[in-house]
Design a protein around this ligand. Structure first.
Ligand code: AMP
Ligand code: ZN
Length: 139
């Protein structure tokens, strides 16, 4: 896709600090480096995000995550890794070519905070919502 910055990285028309590439995917350092070693892994095929990604593309994309996560851990000395993926503007997506963020974690002072708000469990509401979602999954 002509105007897509990640398609331009795939085509080699703009530079990227690549850490891995094969026929289907490419992984490169995010220019903003939220934590040291912050890496993006993308399918070479232009897909907007997970919401319109074919299963075969997802299989290939996610199959490459563990080896890159392990390499990042070794290369940066990270104690852990977060996998983050933003889908659509409401979720913080700014580049509309699907990508997974791999964020090496270098201790509590590494500048990244991911906060989950926790709520008291409401078991009847959980059961009802699970049923609604499972009907959608089976469509
Ligand atoms: P998201 O908010 O999930 O869409 O993330 C897009 C990410 O792409 C941001 O973290 C940007 O820093 C990163 N980014 C944008 N342009 C480039 C580029 N040319 N090379 C590497 N990373 C980029
Ligand atoms: Zn693209």
């Amino acid at each position: 896709m002509e105007n897509c910055i990640f398609c331009q990285i795939v085509a080699g028309t703009i530079p990227a600090a690549k850490v891995y590439e094969d026929e289907q995917v490419v992984a490169f350092l995010d220019i903003t480096q939220v934590t040291p070693g912050h890496t993006l892994i993308i399918p070479k095929q232009h897909v907007r995000n997970l919401l319109d990604m074919p299963d075969t593309t997802a299989s290939t994309l996610f199959a490459n995550v563990p080896k890159i996560a392990r390499a990042l851990t070794k290369a940066t000395g990270a104690q852990g890794i977060n996998l983050v993926n933003n889908n659509e503007e409401a979720a913080g997506q700014t580049v509309f070519h699907a990508h997974l963020h791999l964020l090496p974690r270098l201790g509590h002072q590494d500048g990244l905070t991911i906060d989950f708000t926790t709520n008291e469990p409401n078991f009847p509401a959980l059961a009802e919502l699970a049923q609604t979602i499972s009907q959608e999954v089976s469509q």
